[in-house]
Ligand binder design. Structure first.
Ligand SMILES: O=C(O)CCC(=O)C(=O)O
Length: 274
């Protein structure tokens, strides 16, 4: 479902009911064209080698044939880029997230994906398998910088999986996915496309199964800015996301969720990003 727009950052009863039932919600045009262009341009300067990222934070391999190694994801840019941090802590995101969570949101993660033509996707998975927010789950705010459609590797979600337990992943097809984990939808449920235009934001619960296929377009990039949050009432998160921030930008203390996770072994970190 596409929401019909937001009034002063507050969602309608219909939008809240949709999120509660389906586990996701698209809010069209949450960000304006100028904002989207500014964030896109910020990361284009990295991609074009016009402005380096701080040492060790983003390491493209210009000689690689794999487009994802030439343009890897930028992990946690809010920790060194003011514009990325302002976006992560934007008031409009705050207002929608608090309505969806019924609680104050705490910011945990940011990622910028370039996903150029030919790039592999990310097989179906559950974000809270990685973030390990407890109790409750994390929530994503996934904003399109370019049109995000099935043909250029747009995101798919499996509706009504927000209450699914975290599943131990199987092996993904590495010709299609840059991450080796795959979570199959429960019987009877299917992934559906979540088509987005630049500035649209897709919100989804951290247990929702979602992912993307390869970018099969020859010319269209599929850039996106992905932010994750946890409800203030959650006590734990994987320590890899520290420090987590309140919407004033201040670090808040939470317990480190350590150990093997739901599958008894620690997962391998995907290497397509710093
Ligand atoms: O944007 C994509 O293609 C996949 C991103 C994703 O699912 C994630 O970061 O959890």
């Amino acid at each position: 479902m596409q929401a019909t727009g937001i009034k002063q950052g507050v969602l309608s009863g219909e939008q809240l009911a949709f999120f509660g039932r389906e586990g996701y919600l698209i809010v069209p045009a949450l960000f304006g064209a100028d904002e989207v262009a500014a964030l896109g341009a910020r990361f284009q300067r990295l991609a074009d080698d016009l402005e380096p990222a701080p040492e060790g934070t983003w390491i493209p391999d210009r000689a690689a044939t794999d487009p994802l190694l030439r343009y890897p994801r930028v992990m946690m840019p809010h920790t060194w880029d003011e514009l990325s941090k302002r976006w992560l802590l934007d008031q409009r995101l705050h207002d929608i997230l608090s309505a969806l969570l019924g609680d104050e949101p705490i910011a945990t993660q940011s990622m910028f994906y370039f996903k150029p033509p030919g790039a592999r996707g990310q097989a179906l998975h559950q974000d809270n398998f990685y973030l390990r927010v407890e109790p409750f789950s994390c929530i994503a705010a996934w904003t399109a910088i370019d049109p995000s459609l099935p043909e250029n590797g747009g995101l798919h979600v499996v509706p009504q999986t927000q209450d699914a337990a975290l599943v131990c992943p199987e092996e993904a097809d590495m010709n299609e996915s840059f991450v080796k984990h795959l979570v199959r939808p429960p019987e009877g449920l299917q992934p559906i496309p979540a088509p987005l235009q630049p500035g649209d934001t897709l919100f989804f619960n951290g247990n929702v199964i979602h992912g993307s296929g390869p970018n099969k377009s020859k010319t269209h990039w599929r850039r996106s800015y992905i932010c994750h949050y946890m409800p203030a009432a959650a006590q734990k998160i994987s320590s890899g996301y520290f420090p987590v921030l309140n919407f004033q930008g201040e670090p808040v203390t939470r317990e480190a969720n350590r150990g093997g996770g739901p599958c008894g072994v620690e997962f391998d970190k995907p290497n397509y990003g710093a």
